[in-house]
Design a protein around this ligand. Structure first.
Ligand SMILES: [Zn+2]
Ligand SMILES: [Zn+2]
Length: 348
């Protein structure tokens, strides 16, 4: 299938228009026109080869909303015209214990990324959603429920599920005390989702000037982490802290904020942290954990949950031609809170 999008061609080069081929439709495949694609911080990491695994040219994008244009003969889940979504994964082994538990994100063989990953059958490199169309096997194509505004829903496919999954895993519900560190694409979704689940949500931030925005997103409390008195007052005050900071940082100041058996879950930084010290972990069975996206079943649950509660990411719509400027702004954290590319602009 002929495809057209924007790709990075080498380390540090800007994204540029790029024509390429996608695989032909298989029996279990769904083809779609892409309507919207969110801009994730990992896209930027891939473009810059921060994780030393980028194969160029690379078409990023794994927060995809599309309309089905064609389905393979064996497809039963979707039909032409359906509004669908694809997140970070387009395949996994489907056989291992984790896949069988609907945890494809922990597939023993590793999941196939929506971009920059070898296709499990041909080995051809997958290419992502900054493009006009996509093909993926039906199991990895999600249903966009009525009630979601499709122009805003794309970030649910990565930022949304990345925070939804740990909130569910640690049984957040009415009265749970949830802290959120970092208030970007992931953090703002953590606030909205935890609030909708009935939790008491506190944003933990260095800068007091973010308090208004935090409250507007649904936070009940605001804790300034530079203020030692405030930090002391919150000792043992959280069941779960979702840490969305995407760079190397120090988590030690947050550990005394956890109650006994509390968990700090890292979802942002894939890489080193400042050195961990253990006294608060050992003297309170406090845990430092991590979590990545969510399984397909759970991602569908996240979409359905957001439709039911009217939860949408806060997005800034851009044209594909503005993507390089958007990346510069993303690096400065200058976005409230997620860029979404309107793929109509690709035709321009
Ligand atoms: Zn992402
Ligand atoms: Zn598997």
């Amino acid at each position: 299938m002929k495809s057209f999008g924007y790709a990075a061609h080498s380390v540090g080069s800007p994204l540029e228009p790029f024509s390429f081929e996608r695989r032909d439709l298989r029996d279990n495949d769904v083809a779609m026109d892409i309507l919207y694609c969110g801009v994730c911080h990992s896209d930027l990491h891939y473009v810059k080869d921060d994780w030393a695994k980028t194969v160029y040219p690379c078409v990023p994008g794994h927060e995809i909303i599309g309309r089905v244009t064609e389905v393979g003969s064996g497809v039963s889940k979707h039909k032409v015209g359906d509004i669908v979504a694809v997140g970070c994964m387009v395949d996994s082994c489907q056989e291992c214990d984790q896949c069988k538990k609907d945890h494809e994100q922990y597939c023993r063989e590793g999941w196939t990324g929506t971009y920059n990953a070898p296709d499990r059958q041909t080995g051809d490199l997958t290419q992502g959603g900054y493009s006009n169309n996509l093909i993926a096997r039906e199991e990895f194509v999600l249903t966009v429920p009525d009630g979601l505004d499709i122009s805003k829903a794309a970030p649910l496919l990565c930022a949304g599920i990345t925070t939804y999954s740990p909130l569910r895993e640690w049984n957040v519900g009415p009265g749970s005390r949830v802290g959120v560190v970092g208030m970007g694409g992931l953090g703002h979704m953590a606030i909205k989702l935890a609030h909708a689940m009935g939790a008491i949500v506190t944003v933990i931030s260095r800068s007091p000037d973010k308090q208004k925005d935090a409250e507007a997103l649904g936070a009940h409390n605001f804790l300034v982490s530079k203020d030692a008195d405030q930090m002391a007052a919150y000792a043992n005050g959280f069941d779960l802290i979702i840490d969305t900071v995407p760079v190397k940082h120090d988590v030690n100041p947050y550990l005394p904020l956890l109650d006994i058996d509390g968990t700090l879950c890292l979802v942002g930084q894939i890489g080193p942290l400042e050195e961990l010290t253990t006294p608060f972990m050992i003297r309170g069975r406090r845990r430092v954990a991590g979590s990545i996206i969510g399984g397909i079943k759970e991602t569908q649950e996240c979409l359905d949950f957001c439709a039911r509660f009217g939860i949408h990411p806060e997005v800034e719509m851009i044209n594909i031609q503005d993507i390089n400027t958007a990346y510069e702004r993303l690096e400065r954290s200058d976005v409230h809170y997620r860029f979404v590319i309107d793929m109509k602009s690709l035709q321009a």
